[in-house]
Design a protein around this ligand. Structure first.
Ligand code: NAD
Ligand code: UDP
Length: 317
């Protein structure tokens, strides 16, 4: 515990999309925050408003190397999350997922503090069970272009559970489903940022494949609430636990909603479906409801309106 008696949180990947919202939330809750990031996909702009805050500290560091700090809890979010970014340097993606997990778990073990892992719905791969409950073991191609991320995150989950069994570490494994909101990277290739930026710039909306594949989109505020609730559970709650919005939409439906909400006259163009692109994805959130009393509140269209407002402002500036 910090001298002041305030809980000190380490947020890895804190300058990224989700990490920066988590930093905001923890600062608002009165905690101290040590944000550790190597700025691979994150930016100082995402946390610029926190830089002068007396309870906020920023450290540039790559968590695939050891880190020696004193904190009361660890939120491990560092890892590129969009297919374009994580496939840019796939070996580094596996390193940050696996070596990063080992380093952060080692830190948690030395300090005897709880640690939360930002895992992903990608551990289910192209799922054969729908919607996906946590008990489903997944359907992942171990040698495809998405494997550096999917298998990296799966191995990280293995490490978390082995540290829990072997060293009695308090772990919280959260499986995050597609999330959107302000501070998404405009060029990260994810579907929501792509469609919104294309619509606002009057360029054609790029649908990969026929657009019948589905995803479920959670708004960032809901996601962060679920994350915080999970971290605050008693130590016997380990997860894995799905956090996402069960509302399921095809990419065609998403494109139509973005066109309507932006008032854009962009057309739609179809591009080839990337290899191993999952056909469908929808979280089963029964466990999150039971254990965390959590369910998303922000419907897709409301979340999209806020994301669109953010990109409108960013692109104008
Ligand atoms: P993001 O790319 O915006 O943020 C990741 C952050 O990690 C960035 O700030 C980046 O610079 C940092 N980082 C990357 N490699 C690092 C390293 N070696 N050392 C230190 N920092 C490093 O992505 P995001 O959407 O905010 O995702 C955050 C976490 O949530 C990731 O672990 C991701 O796998 C997980 N997740 C996100 C989603 C989603 O829809 N956004 C879905 C599932 C899982
Ligand atoms: N997608 C699309 N057009 C784009 C970007 C993505 O049709 O410009 C599709 C992509 O093929 C996938 C879905 O949208 O089926 C979600 O892609 P994203 O990269 O956002 O996330 P993930 O595939 O990791 O869920």
């Amino acid at each position: 515990m910090a001298k002041s008696g305030v809980r000190r949180a380490l947020v890895t990947g804190g300058a990224g999309f989700l990490g920066s919202h988590l930093c905001d939330r923890l600062i608002a809750d009165g905690q101290e925050v040590l944000c550790v990031d190597n700025f691979f996909t994150g930016s100082r702009a995402n946390i610029a408003h926190l830089l002068g805050h007396p309870r906020f500290e920023l450290m540039r560091h790559d968590i695939s190397f050891p880190l020696y700090v004193e904190v009361d809890e660890i939120w491990n979010l560092a890892c590129p999350a969009s297919p374009i970014h994580y496939q840019h340097d796939p070996v580094q993606t596996t390193k940050v997922s696996v070596l990063g997990a080992i380093n952060m778990l080692g830190l948690a073990k030395r300090l005897r503090v709880p640690i939360l892992q930002a895992s992903t719905s990608e551990v289910y791969g192209d799922p054969l069970v729908h919607p996906q409950p946590e008990s489903y073991w997944g359907h992942v191609n171990p040698i495809g272009p998405r494997a550096c991320y999917d298998e990296g995150k799966r191995c990280a989950e293995t490490l978390f559970f082995d540290y829990h069994r072997q060293h009695s570490l308090s772990i919280k494994v959260m499986r995050i489903f597609n999330t959107n909101g302000p501070r998404m990277h405009p060029d990260d290739g994810r579907v929501v940022s792509n469609f919104v930026v294309q619509a606002l710039n009057g360029r054609p909306i790029t649908i990969y494949g026929d657009g019948t594949q589905t995803r479920s989109f959670c708004y960032v505020d809901d996601l962060i609430e679920g994350m915080v609730r999970l971290m605050r559970t008693p130590s016997e709650v380990t997860g894995p636990i799905n956090i996402g919005n069960p509302g399921e939409f095809t990419m065609l439906q998403l494109a139509e909603a973005v066109l309507e909400l932006t008032g854009s006259r962009s057309g739609i163009t179809h591009l080839p479906l990337p290899k191993d692109d999952p056909r469908q994805r929808q979280p089963d959130i029964t466990l999150a409801k039971e254990l965390l009393g959590w369910e998303p509140r922000v419907p897709l269209r409301t979340g999209l309106e806020r994301t669109i407002a953010y990109f409108r402002e960013t692109l104008a500036g």
